[in-house]
Design a binder for this molecule. Structure first.
Ligand SMILES: Nc1nc2c(ncn2[C@@H]2O[C@H](COP(=O)(O)OP(=O)(O)OP(=O)(O)O)[C@@H](O)[C@H]2O)c(=O)[nH]1
Ligand SMILES: [Mg+2]
Length: 315
């Protein structure tokens, strides 16, 4: 079976580890642009036209690729391997010879792949590791599903009318100027995304263009972003003091945030922010983390039946 598996956390870092198993020579040749080196050789390679890094063939049927660890680069490498026929879901049994049993191996694999810093301590303290652990109760499963958000980043979309201050907020959270900020309404023409750590929970934060009527090419971009907003796990519905909050497509998971609070507090806001004066965004981070993982669950001492442990025990 041909498989590809990311062995490093899906957060920015220096080097990523992507493990390829199966017919590795055939899978990697089109991506590297030349035949794979023999077993035992570590060699510098180009990954398509999107990155370069190291490749180590540790067995006839196994290779480690070390690209740069930007989440986008890692995803492009995985996508390229999937295009060559590798199965990205197939590799569930990780090679952890130090594990006492299959459950502990799953725990180690989950630790290695967890997106959020908060997941590490929680998995070590409460993650199921005994093969003989008693089956989870309904309450255990309910709490575990909240904690699962720590493993792969949920999507959080910033949604609101033009000029609300969406990109200003997005940029401040990134602490860098990624999105376009301008006083002309409708400046952001497409969505942009980044990972943001909200009180120990990594989320995929998406900036969207102000919603307004449009035609042609721009309409296509807007259609795409409507879909993104519809499927987001949480929508931050924002408005400045002169604007009404828009009704998001899936309102049950929305948080209303009044922006530009230096110009007035929005009466309908659940949380008010003046982004340029914020330094820590503590309240926003807490509200976002609390949306996915309640304080009660975060502080509970019960077991965490992470997805791989549930799959192993069929629960
Ligand atoms: N007074 C004040 N102005 C702000 C604040 N935040 C943003 N602005 C200004 O509001 C204007 C619009 O900000 P953007 O962040 O571009 O708004 P946006 O919601 O991304 O707009 P579109 O992308 O066009 O939909 C800019 O001139 C910002 O400088 C704030 O907290 N206070
Ligand atoms: Mg914008």
């Amino acid at each position: 079976m041909n498989t590809v598996c990311v062995r490093t956390p899906r957060t920015p870092g220096a080097i990523g580890l992507v493990e390829v198993r199966g017919d590795v020579g055939r899978l990697l040749k089109p991506i590297l642009g030349r035949p794979l080196a023999p077993v035992g050789k570590l060699r510098r390679e180009s990954f398509g036209d999107f990155d370069d890094g190291l490749v180590y063939r540790f067995a006839e049927d196994g290779a480690y690729c070390f690209p740069h660890a930007g989440p986008m680069v890692v995803r492009m490498l995985v996508d390229a391997l999937v295009k060559q026929g590798a199965d990205a879901q197939g590799m569930v049994a990780p090679a952890f010879p130090e594990a006492a049993g299959p459950t502990e191996a799953m725990l180690l694999a989950t630790l290695a792949n967890a997106a959020s810093p908060r997941a590490i301590d929680l998995l070590i303290e409460r993650g199921i590791r005994e093969d003989s652990a008693a089956k989870p109760t309904a309450q255990d499963l309910k709490r575990s599903q909240q904690l699962d958000h720590l493993l792969s980043p949920p999507t959080v979309a910033i949604f609101g009318p033009p000029n609300a201050g969406k990109s200003t907020l997005f940029n401040a959270l990134a602490d860098q100027d990624v999105a376009l900020v301008d006083a002309i309404a409708g400046t952001t023409r497409d969505h942009l995304e980044q990972l943001w750590v909200a009180d120990g929970l990594v989320v995929r934060l998406v900036d969207t263009a102000g919603v307004h009527k449009s035609t042609g090419l721009e309409a296509a971009a807007i259609k795409r972003q409507v879909k993104l907003i519809e499927t987001a796990d949480l929508i931050l519905t924002v408005a400045n003091p002169d604007q009404d909050f828009l009704t998001p497509p899936n309102e049950r998971s929305a948080l209303r945030i009044g922006l530009q609070s230096d110009r007035g507090i929005h009466p309908k806001a659940e949380l008010s922010l003046c982004v340029p004066k914020e330094t820590t965004f503590t309240n926003l981070a807490l509200a976002v983390r609390e949306h996915f993982i309640s304080d009660a669950v975060a502080n509970h001492s019960g077991p965490w039946w992470y997805p791989a442990a549930r799959a192993l025990r069929n629960v």
